[in-house]
Design a protein around this ligand. Structure first.
Ligand SMILES: Cc1cc2nc3c(=O)[nH]c(=O)nc-3n(C[C@H](O)[C@H](O)[C@H](O)COP(=O)(O)OP(=O)(O)OC[C@H]3O[C@@H](n4cnc5c(N)ncnc54)[C@H](O)[C@@H]3O)c2cc1C
Ligand SMILES: O=C(O)CCC(=O)C(=O)O
Length: 322
C-alpha cells in the first residue's frame, strides 16, 4: 500500500501463501507500543514508531476509522518497582503520557509504579482486509502462491520486496531470524475499556472493537502453532488477577502466532547475482513483537529503497513492476 501510494508509477503484485485471516499479523493484538530491537538504533526505532503513529492517527481521525479498524485506547502500563527510565523514548509520541497517580495504582496492589497514556489499536483482521481492499481498488494484484526461491520471480518483476516475516528464514536463509511463540485469548468483556500491560509485556489486556485480547507468552525458538490449553488457563488467571471482572468474560477463543524476531529489523536493499543476472531485492522483515507499531515507518523506508532501485529503470520503462 505504501509503495502504491508513494510510487504511483509502479504496479504491485502481492504474492503470499497465506492472506488474512491466516497470517501472524491476524493474531496480533495490534496495539501501538514499541518493542525492543537491540541492534536497531533508538533514533530509527523512534522515527518508525512516530511515523506509524502519525499515519494511523490521521486514519483514526477520519471517516475511514471504523472500516480500517483503528481506534484510540487509553490505559496503564504497570511495574512492581519503578524502572530506571520513567519516561521511555516514545513518551512524547503516544498521547497524554504521565506517571500514574497513587489513586490509580490502588487498583493494582502488587504494582507500585505505572505509566498512563493513550495509544492506538488496530483491529488486526479489519485493518488487513482494509489494506487489501485499498490495493485491489487501485488495480494491483494479489497472488496466492508459495515462493521457494526469489529467482522464480526473475524476469517477471523489476524489484522484489521481501516482506516474508518468519518465512525469510528459509526463503533467504536468514539464520538470525527465530520464532518467539505467542498465545493469546480473544474474549467478550465489553465492560473492560482500559488497557492494562505489565511492563515486561508478559501479561496484557487490550480491549478492541470486537473483543478483548488477553496475553500472553513469549516462547523463544518454539515453533508450535497449536494452542496449549494449560497456557490459556494461565493467561486467563494472570489477567483476572489484574482485572477480576474478566472472570465473567465469555466467548473465549484462542490463537497462536510466531513473532518473526531478530536483533534488528532488516530493511535494506540487496542486489542478488546469479549466472551474470541481477535480481534487485528490498528486504523488510524481522518485526518481532512490534510489527503493527512500526509497520508504516518501515514500509516508508522500504519504499524509499525501491525508489532508489527504479530510478535507473525509469527512462526505459513506462511502469515499473514490483
Ligand atoms: C500473540 C502476538 C501478539 C502480537 N501483538 C502485537 C501488537 O499488539 N502490536 C504489535 O505491534 N505487534 C504485535 N505482534 C507482532 C506482529 O504480529 C508481527 O510483528 C507482524 O505480524 C509481522 O508481520 P509480517 O508481515 O512481517 O509477517 P506475517 O504476518 O507472518 O506475514 C508474512 C507473509 O509472508 C508470507 N510468506 C512467507 N514466506 C513466504 C513464501 N516463501 N512464499 C510466499 N509467501 C510467504 C506469509 O504467507 C505471510 O502472508 C504480535 C504477535 C503475536 C504472535
Ligand atoms: O507487547 C504488548 O503489549 C502487545 C502485544 C505484543 O506486541 C506481543 O505480544 O508481541
Amino acid at each position: 500500500v505504501c509503495i502504491s501510494k508513494c510510487l504511483p508509477q509502479c504496479s504491485v503484485t502481492v504474492i503470499a501463501d497465506k492472506f488474512t485471516p491466516n497470517t501472524t499479523s491476524d493474531v496480533a493484538a495490534g496495539i501501538l507500543i514499541p518493542h525492543p530491537y537491540p541492534d536497531t538504533p533508538i533514533g530509527l526505532q523512534k522515527r518508525w514508531f512516530q511515523e506509524t503513529f502519525s499515519y494511523l492517527l490521521t486514519i483514526c481521525n477520519s471517516a475511514e476509522a471504523a472500516d480500517a479498524g483503528i481506534h484510540l485506547l487509553s490505559g496503564w502500563q504497570i511495574c512492581q518497582t519503578a524502572p530506571e527510565e520513567k519516561f521511555p523514548f516514545w513518551a512524547d509520541v503516544v498521547l497524554g503520557f504521565r506517571i500514574m497517580t497513587e489513586a490509580e495504582l490502588e487498583k493494582f496492589p502488587e504494582h507500585h509504579f505505572g505509566q498512563a497514556f493513550t495509544t492506538l489499536k488496530c483491529d488486526s483482521q479489519r485493518y488487513l482486509r482494509w489494506l487489501e481492499s485499498r490495493l485491489r481498488g487501485l488495480g494491483h494484484q494479489m497472488e496466492d502462491r508459495k515462493i521457494t526461491d526469489l529467482w522464480e520471480l526473475h524476469g517477471h518483476y523489476d524489484v522484489i520486496v521481501n516482506c516474508s516475516g518468519l518465512g525469510a528464514r528459509t526463503l533467504v536463509g536468514d539464520s538470525e531470524l527465530y520464532p518467539v511463540r505467542g498465545q493469546v485469548l480473544k474474549v467478550q468483556a465489553p465492560w473492560v475499556t482500559h488497557f492494562i500491560r505489565v511492563g515486561d509485556g508478559s501479561t496484557y489486556i487490550y480491549p478492541g472493537m470486537c473483543s478483548v485480547t488477553l496475553g500472553g507468552t513469549r516462547q523463544k525458538d518454539d515453533w508450535r502453532l497449536s494452542v496449549d490449553s494449560t497456557t490459556s488457563q494461565d493467561i486467563l488467571n494472570r489477567c483476572c488477577t489484574l482485572e477480576p471482572s474478566l472472570k465473567k468474560a465469555y466467548g473465549i477463543t484462542e490463537y497462536v502466532g510466531l513473532r518473526p524476531t531478530r536483533s534488528a529489523i532488516r530493511v535494506e536493499k540487496e542486489m542478488l547475482l546469479r549466472n551474470g543476472s541481477q535480481l534487485p531485492v528490498v528486504h523488510n522483515y524481522g518485526h518481532g513483537g512490534g510489527g503493527f507499531s512500526v509497520h508504516w515507518g518501515t514500509a516508508q523506508e522500504a519504499t524509499h529503497l525501491v525508489e532508489e532501485l527504479i530510478v535507473p529503470l525509469q527512462g526505459s520503462l513506462a511502469k515499473a513492476k514490483l
